[in-house]
Unconditional design. Structure first.
Lengths: 377, 377
């Protein structure tokens, strides 16, 4: 072993020793945060405490700068630790906002999203029952005495399922989790006389908890009666965003229907052009890899899910046609070499994005760093 | 203060104490990795050591599991620390692969990308000179005796600049950094008789170093003569991806031209539809926020940069028209309610993506977690 090799080995041993201490320290931290979770759960305090988080981070940023290391480094590490500690605190259970509620029924409670809420309600001490397709002969028993009924079935079944719910207890809250809101809300108000609220959880079924996640709430009837339900979601860490069903559906047609469709069309285009996907991946910079991730991820999922969303409303077809024609219109600028027109359009859209453009650019940089960190080779 | 408040305060003090130890430990680690960097720089060892990285991580994952904490948690933290330590090691300078090279000239060395390479060459001990627009009267002096000349100017100036380089020393390596490769390579081979290589660094100018970044290399002439230059990039941590200029340009038209154009068209569409951007952002789930980030980030940047790329080749117009017509063709399935045709197309594209679809879905999940961590409120 040369002298250099020896020196390097010594330094690496030192790093290993530090890393080993690091693991012990993190284990110790996890022990304490679990205790915090137990304590909070006992008295029903919310787990997510943004103010405490902000103070904790700013103290350590300051200390990091004094110690001559990067403040961003310590902030990133602490945010990662806090995410982990939320998970551990989640395990301690949650406060039950309405102990009077005798029964929560989740229709489709064995589905991915349904399962998540069955688990959360159960861990908050609510009696929960599940109603699946095969349980309909038994539905009278399951639904009797229900304080909340949530419809969490695939979008194409929602209307049919709601129409069967014409015997709910008068005071029962009726809600649904569909990704469109106008039609289900209309159907729920028609079938049920009590409190009604349309919900759209804005996250996929693979979240580990509701901390910082958004649930959109579209009022149907008697908001005072279902308020406690929204509070329960907040105890789980969710942010409630109230909006009208119409506004919700318009926004979703732009971010959900339109983007999904256009991404699918792009995948189809790549295939039809005869692109070599593995070479394309190899050649991609982090930002193009991220673009490809956003396309490819769709095709690992259920085509029925996406076609249900895209086929849900014929109005969307007209809006998407407008996109295609705008696309062709802008292409004409390129074909006629009219760079000035193109740049003018670009600047107009920049103005329209306003400060979001800059915010998004900053966030995308953080995402790119993360994407590069994920690369294993 | 109630008993609960008191208990909570005690636990939070404990966390603060642990976090303070954490900062000290990270400062200590940084001290050691800086020494590693100095040592490596002295003997010219590469900073990025994938094998050592893999072993280091697997050891700590094992220890984490034994300590009852998440192995992924410690891996994420260590990857973040390693990224930081690369930065510190970068500061120690790099091995010079070819000390015989008397001069490196970067044309456009004051531009964002040019600056990065001026810095890297300088820190590796090469004499570096910059040639900017105002320096052309002086170019004979600047270029005389150059061992490497790299053209790092905006795409619309590349050809004009290359055509001026008809007096380079015969043995000089001529290279460019343009994001298209066929035309510049053709021009370089015409103007210069010595070694020629077309390069495309696949990263933005805001990277902190070249670790794990890709540089595409398209051979022009005399690869043996410019091999040391590619080795130098590798010493800086870059991965070299050799490919023909034609294949490069085809791939870039798909991932760069087409995606940029379509994203710009989508931004224009959002604006023209009269969308309320702040509400759209509020209502977005992490995945839709990520979609919006990818759109908005473009509009924080230079319109000239994007229009130069999009207007660079008329062939791209035909390809993008094909996209628009495919988009309209698929919309017809939606309009005629032909879900089966849509699902069949979707499945075909899924097959074409093959295992990448699943890989991308996994990666997108990690990105979403990161996106949610970034949310400050």
């Amino acid at each position: 072993m040369s002298e250099i090799d020896f020196e390097l080995k010594e330094l690496r041993d030192e790093i290993d020793e530090i890393d080993s201490q690091l693991v012990s320290l993190l284990a110790q931290r996890r022990g304490v945060t679990t205790k915090v979770g137990e304590l909070k759960s006992k008295v029903g305090m919310p787990i997510y405490a943004p103010q405490r988080e902000a103070i904790l981070i700013s103290k350590r940023r300051k200390q990091a700068m004094e110690a001559g290391i990067s403040a961003d480094l310590i902030e990133d590490v602490l945010r990662r630790l806090m995410r982990d500690s939320y998970v551990s605190q989640d395990e301690s259970g949650y406060r039950c906002v309405n102990p009077e509620c005798e029964k929560v029924v989740i229709i489709g409670g064995k589905g991915q999203l349904g399962k998540l809420f069955v688990d959360l309600f159960t861990r908050s001490g609510y009696p929960v029952e599940i109603l699946e397709q095969e349980d309909w002969p038994n539905s009278d028993t399951i639904l009797s005495g229900a304080g909340v009924v949530i419809v969490a079935v695939p979008i194409r079944l929602t209307t049919k399922v709601i129409q069967k719910l014409n015997h709910l207890p008068e005071s029962c809250i009726l809600a649904d989790f569909t990704s469109v809101k106008e039609t289900p809300l209309y159907e729920m108000l028609k079938v049920h006389v009590g409190p009604v609220v349309g919900l759209h959880p804005m996250f996929g079924p693979d979240v580990t908890g509701l901390i910082k996640q958004t649930i959109i709430a579209c009022d149907g009837r008697m908001p005072k009666e279902y308020l406690w339900l929204l509070e329960q979601f907040q105890v789980w860490g969710a942010k409630i965003y109230p909006v009208s069903a119409q506004e919700h559906d318009q926004a979703m047609s732009m971010v959900q229907v339109m983007r999904h469709f256009s991404t699918i069309a792009y995948g189809y285009h790549l295939m039809t052009e005869g692109v070599d996907i593995s070479k394309l991946v190899e050649m991609s910079s982090p930002i193009y890899r991220l673009e490809l991730i956003m396309v490819g991820r769709l095709f690992a999922q259920d085509p029925i899910l996406y076609s249900d969303i895209i086929f849900s409303n014929l109005d969307n077809v007209a809006m998407m046609k407008r996109f295609a024609y705008r696309f062709l219109e802008l292409l004409e600028d390129v074909e006629s070499r009219d760079k000035d027109a193109f740049v003018a359009m670009f600047s107009q859209v920049s103005d329209w994005f306003g400060e979001y453009a800059g915010v998004f650019l900053q966030e995308s940089k953080a995402m790119l760093v993360k994407a590069n960190e994920l690369k294993k080779d």
